[in-house]
Design a protein around this ligand. Structure first.
Ligand code: ZN
Length: 115
């Protein structure tokens, strides 16, 4: 959850989404996403959906084809949608965005500020 302010996307909360998991992939369940969107409309949740997060324990930082498709589900809620991938084994993380003409690209680390 977050907001766009002063040309910056602020991410200030997370809502666990649950997931549909197999051994090598996970996907954000569309029904859960629809529920979160409904909760926002009904005022049960403050803010806007600005993206999603998940982890790749021990597998590194990348977006799989399923992750790309999930990213584009979030893109329909906001053109500033981001995908966050963390690898808890290495302690690394990456953020991806959709850029016109380039597709889904990893955001350079100098664009990310953790406050
Ligand atoms: Zn993934």
């Amino acid at each position: 959850m977050g907001t766009l302010q002063d040309s910056a996307l602020w991410v200030n909360d997370i809502i666990p989404g649950g997931s549909e998991i197999s051994e090598v992939s996970c996907a954000f369940p569309p029904r859960r996403l629809a529920q979160v969107a409904s909760d926002i409309v009904e005022g049960k949740i403050d803010g806007r959906i600005v993206g999603w997060y998940h982890s790749h324990p021990g597998h590194g930082l990348f977006l799989s084809q399923t992750d790309m498709e999930t990213h584009m589900q979030f893109y329909q809620f906001s053109p500033y949608a981001l995908s966050f991938v963390g690898d808890p084994q290495s302690g690394e993380f990456g953020i991806w965005i959709y850029e016109n003409g380039a597709g889904v690209i990893q955001l350079p680390s100098n664009y990310i500020h953790i406050i």
